[in-house]
Design a protein around this ligand. Sequence first.
Ligand SMILES: [Zn+2]
Ligand SMILES: [Zn+2]
Length: 92
Amino acid sequence: MEQKRPCKGLCKKYRVKKLVGVGRYGSGQCRCQICDIWMDYRGCHLESGVPASVNNYGWICNCCNFKVRKNPRNKKSKEKLRETNSQKITTK
Ligand SMILES: [Zn+2]
Ligand SMILES: [Zn+2]
């Protein structure tokens, strides 16, 4: 049987400490709500399957394959994110 838990623990490798005084989202870090973790771009890929880089958008967690939060300024994209999170995203 498939496990329902999306977090496989892969994200922990890329875990980062919260930076104080620096914009977390602006420093190549993101928040995966599914895994409940802060990590950097190395723990993410893009929808096209290529590894994420700092200047890209639409990061997807390598671990749970859900979109991560990177840009908090755009409230509308937050809402979209929530929608996307409820869908199953398949890579490959
Ligand atoms: Zn995870
Ligand atoms: Zn994740």
